[in-house]
Design a protein around this ligand. Sequence first.
Ligand code: AMP
Length: 558
Amino acid sequence: MLSRPSPDGTTETRGPMLPGLMQDDFQLTLQYVLRRMRSFPDDGQVVTLTDEGTTRASHGQVVERVDRLARALSTLGVKRGERVGTFAWNSQRHFECYFAIPCVGAVLHTINLRLFPEQIAYVINHAEDRIVFIDDSLAPALAPLAPALEHVEHFVVMGDGPTGDLPRVLRYEELLEAAGPGEAEYPQLDEREASALCYTSGTTGNPKGVLYSHRSTTLHSAAVLMSGSLAIGSEDSLLLVVPMFHVNAWGLPYAAALSGATLIMPGRHLGAESLAKLIESERATAMACVPTLYADLLRHADAHKPDLRSLKCAISGGAAMPRALAQAFEERHGVSLLQAWGMTETSPLCTVARAPAGASGEEEWAIRTTQGRPVPFVELRLVDDAGEQVAWDGSSTGEIEVRGPWIASGYYKEDVLEKFDAGWLRTGDIAHVDPAGWVSITDRSKDVIKSGGEWISSVELENQLMSHPAVREAAVIAAPNERWSERPLACVVVEDGAQVSAAELVEYLRGRVAKWWLPEEFAFVTEVPKTSVGKFDKRRLRAALADGQLEGRTRVAD
Ligand code: AMP
């Protein structure tokens, strides 16, 4: 009999079960993925663009270094379940950490370089990282935080560059050298144990940790490879632009290892010119990044006409893919963008907008500009405010809820019960779904702004603005922006009798929030509309913006 409510919604068992006679104890762990690379050492490569040039290693050579790193981790006393941080760009060394750390039974904690310093300190302390692997180029950024990092005993520096004031430094290559050659001994792991930890971008309150398991990661990798999904295969050379500190780079490094695909790592060289050169010189067949970077690449390609036609598939996720962008790429450069949707809590792959064979013209574009259909093993439903399921009729909207083997069931050391609904994850994304299962996101239930693939907290901006003596109310909403996809637009009510200009408010915010959060546009309104319980009603502000009815708009001169 079932001892607890079934996560798949079934309720009843009828008598004792007849067990299947298959090798169900075979553990779906990253050790298997490592073994696969060991078995097929020449299938794929890892190519990294460094400041000095391009490095190249076969999967077999990478595995030899993973073995060394695994031994080095044991020498450093890394224990089962211990979190080990990485603070690094996309590179071969980071890829080696992706395997050695989970394969010795520890947890790979990828730290988002773009968080605020205090959030970086928060996540390292919350995860209790004792060892942090860090790129030499990033040492100066982390050095000032070192005194606040309660648990860190060693910073393992990847690269030979100077490390400034960073204390307690060990050098990655010296550790590998000392570890010696030969296959490492790996401990027996349970597929359900934790393999990696990634914190959400922290839009409200502190970032929350999503703790992936070996099983979830392995199954997710297999789903990435499916033909109706991202369909990465051994023939592919995948330019990995999405950062390895963000949702395991959408799971693509593990998928590439599993399939024998080549990975092209741009390091910190994320400008359009570098990316275009890499595509041309490495004949990349696939790439993955947010729409903002595709927009940069398009501008560069229009001006300089690099040959991008080797790209069979350009995966776009993290924010809505503008149709104009996808069309321009296709018509002017022969590159087809493929939209996918997911989130940190979902590993991330949930839906992919791959048009079925035979679809063409307007019908094809209509499908490709949805967020896609759920990939196999991801179940998706829409739920309205009353908790009722919403029909897949192509127009009724509701919050997307998902469940499946790579969807989070909770946060690390945190109770956030409102995100979970009896075995389903509440995504916070509002959508409608058509009868064939194509999902279209229309809104977010949370009022955050995503600029260039990164969150801007509207609440934080509002609080700062409302701390100005001349501001009575401030509500910040997302304004569509061609380059960044969204930028903050601050709707401000000025105190009676007071006066303040947009430029003065920007000056006031400078230093209080990150520079890239500073709004370029303000709307001086007479009042912020309120909901029935007196909260700011940002939906109405957004509607006014969309209808061109938002009063008092003014742009801040550059
Ligand atoms: P994160 O957890 O930082 O990866 O952010 C996940 C959120 O990004 C989702 O909940 C969506 O709001 C948004 N997002 C991701 N992919 C897409 C997409 N293809 N279209 C629209 N929004 C997206």
